[in-house]
Ligand binder design. Structure first.
Ligand SMILES: Cc1cc2nc3c(=O)[nH]c(=O)nc-3n(C[C@H](O)[C@H](O)[C@H](O)COP(=O)(O)OP(=O)(O)OC[C@H]3O[C@@H](n4cnc5c(N)ncnc54)[C@H](O)[C@@H]3O)c2cc1C
Length: 321
């Protein structure tokens, strides 16, 4: 049993999480901390290590699903919100949202990041996943970063190479470090170029609103397949897009459990109509996996990060053999 009397002041107990993620579901965090300074961040990490409790770092919760039973450990949601400019370089804390960062860049006539307009998330979560939209990847803009050690709270500077970025991947998935802040290089622009970029931003958001659900979802639930995982070809091209299979199998807008359903706008997105539980969402996701497996022998794997689920409630790859 944990002693609560040595809780650092920045840590709260029994904190609801349904209002801290985009699905809008999930139970309570046993411990919760939203550090605004490096010192509070370090103190929370060291405390969790001393107490030997499970740790999870949460951004804006745009790519997570939290168990209805909550999380029996410490959730740290960094509010490290500094933004600094130096010529065409911008440093942003892990808690800055991409929307805030893009606005700041455009206000300073720096272009590039507006390609990610309309995608929810913090700098921390976005570096973690190497945020992607069509041919743009966040790694194309990142120069270096400060990372913070999960157990000691030590802060270290690293360059882009450290992250070993890939599709949906950064070294933050494997290493005992979290992102503290990141520095991006952007393209200086004239006033007129910036005005065009603002127009593009508006157009991207408008386009996204038409194509994808924008609330009660985590975006794409499953990652696309890697080429080596698939054999099915269409017009001589390997079909890696998981939405292609889900759409072909008629799941789009057509499968529901409780308040959770496959979006009618996008076959790889699950939406909560406001009444879903996380268990409903898991049920829909498992059905999507099983349907693709039965038809094609491959099992979609989540891009969405599951929090507080033990054991993994989804189907692993390979299964059924
Ligand atoms: C409507 C919608 C549309 C979306 N469209 C896209 C899209 O087009 N392209 C795309 O790539 N994604 C998309 N996503 C997914 C999501 O926006 C991104 O994954 C985003 O980067 C998540 O950021 P977050 O701060 O919300 O992270 P969270 O969802 O809170 O966390 C995601 C992961 O990042 C880790 N993490 C968070 N902060 C840190 C940190 N400081 N250090 C280390 N790890 C950290 C968490 O531990 C977790 O594993 C979409 C999501 C939604 C809801």
């Amino acid at each position: 049993m944990l002693q609560h009397n040595n809780l650092p002041p920045c840590i709260q107990t029994q904190v609801p999480l349904h209002d801290k993620n985009w699905f809008g579901t999930g139970g309570l965090a046993r411990f919760f901390c939203a550090p605004q300074t490096a010192a509070d961040f370090q103190q929370a990490l060291v405390w969790a290590n001393e107490q030997n409790i499970e740790l999870f770092i949460l951004g804006q919760g745009a790519n997570v699903l939290i168990n209805d039973d909550g999380f029996d450990g410490l959730i740290i949601a960094p509010k490290i919100n500094h933004i600094q400019i130096d010529g065409n370089y911008i440093t942003a804390g892990a808690g800055v949202t991409m929307d805030q960062l893009i606005t700041y860049c455009l206000d300073h006539q720096l272009l590039g990041l507006e390609e990610f307009s309309g995608i929810p998330g913090t700098v921390g979560g976005s570096v973690y996943i190497n945020l992607h939209y069509f041919e743009f990847l966040l790694e194309q803009f990142l120069v270096d970063a400060h990372i913070i050690n999960r157990t000691t709270g030590q802060i270290m500077q690293v360059t882009r190479d450290w992250f070993n970025f890939g599709y949906n991947y950064s070294e933050l998935h494997n290493q005992p470090w979290y992102l503290f802040d990141a520095r991006f290089v952007l393209k200086p622009a004239s006033k007129i170029e910036t005005a065009y970029a603002r127009g593009r931003r508006t157009e991207i958001i408008r386009h996204r609103m038409r194509r994808y659900p924008s609330a009660g979802t985590c975006g794409s639930f499953f990652r696309n397949f890697h080429a080596h995982e698939v054999t099915f070809e269409h017009n001589g091209t390997k079909m890696i897009h998981v939405a292609y299979y889900l759409d072909k199998l008629g799941l789009k807008g057509n499968f529901r459990i409780g308040g959770a359903s496959v979006s009618w706008q996008h076959a790889n997105m699950i939406v909560n109509n406001g009444t879903a539980t996380s268990a409903n969402i898991v049920g829909v996701a498992r059905h999507m996996q099983q349907t693709v497996f039965d038809a094609y022998g491959i099992t979609p794997q989540p891009e969405c990060i599951l929090i507080g689920f033990k054991p993994n409630p989804l189907l692993s790859q390979p299964h059924g053999v």
